[in-house]
Design a protein around this ligand. Sequence first.
Ligand code: GDP
Length: 431
Amino acid sequence: QPAYGGDSPQALSLNGKTKDEPLGRFRVAKRELGQIFNNLKETVQELESVYNAADEKIIQKEHKDGVKALQESIKTILDTFRRDNMKCVFFGRTSNGKSTTVNAMLHEKILPQGMGHTTCCFLQVQGCDEEQGYLQLDDNPKRIDLDMLGKMGHALSSENSDLPAMGQDSLLRVFYPKGKGATTNRLLQNDVVILDSPGVDLSPEFDAWIDKHCLDADVFVLVCNAEATLTQAEKNFFLRVAKKLSKPNVFILNNRWDASAAEMDNVENVKKQHMTRFQQFLVNELEVCTEREVAKRIFFVSSREILDSRLKERGLVNKAYQMDGYQERALEFQDFERHFEQCISRSAIHTKFQEHNRRALEIIDKMKQNIESVHGLAQDEKRQLEHILEESTRIFNECRMNFAQFEKAYREQVIFLIKRIKEISTLLKDY
Ligand code: GDP
């Protein structure tokens, strides 16, 4: 079992405060599981060299092939394992504030946002160790300048002949330096990958979207416009997700809640209405959480206010947009982030690492079977040798007995001959 969040020295060692941080638990679990797989790799290597040096009668081709297959499995797991991350997908209608929410969570204006700006493809933000960020389109390894992000992610980019035409389900990866900005990229530093999607109102191929981008998602965030109601397109998308993934983790953000500042009289009623509707959606229609859990899944926030205040804190803007009741919304946003981090880390550890854990046990089991088969053959060989030794000893003893009998007969014969020679000598003497 990966020992994450336990009291082991390793669990405490990341900045000394990892133990209680949900995102840190994922990193500790990843590091420990990585050590287990490296140990496993070394053990199988050692086994290979022992097999290569051993007698071919005992170590047969199937044993050596078995070891090779184990090495292949470990390599494949290590390759996927290194890419494992905590993935979150943002959905919602165009202009509900998805990009603004992602930027607020990253404390940085990374994704293009704004009135009339429509994201035309999937934009995936993830951390990189390089000092300079870059873009990559789908699986093309060619690095594109980060400055191109605004143009490439924009809905109109396909009309621009200089840029590659991109389908709605294309993926533009944004590699952003983990170290850039002060505390800004805590999410990126901890292997959180954020996927922003084109608006669900763009009548997409939901199934293709889900198959291509969402099957490995740990958390889904539906960004709604608190001033409007949930549309059928938004509902349909999540109904498909719930069909394809077993019990997905869904958060609902009622964004633009700053608008409620203008409606002080009615605000509690509006909030109650939204809450009832979303509760019904998550608990009864999607069946992804219970009534008790739902309070930790629905939040009323203003991503624009949060992003502005975080940018102002870093001295990147002079004035932050804030409406009455900002403090309450800011606390609610932080509350969302706390639950989001706990949920994404728990989900990623359970779904991704539990599977690796299962594979590690499977590999150990196969290695044990392989060694036991060799041990069985070695036992047979030993038994055969013992039998040959027993036979040889029996034959030797038999020969020794026969020799003793022969020696006795020979001795008697010699004594008889000597006696006869003596008698003849006496006779001759008498002559
Ligand atoms: P997306 O299409 O869902 O990614 O939406 P964007 O993040 O690009 O936001 C569209 C517009 O809504 C931008 O002009 C944002 O500044 C604005 N916006 C986003 N969140 C809020 C919010 O909480 N309050 C207000 N008043 N405006 C917001």
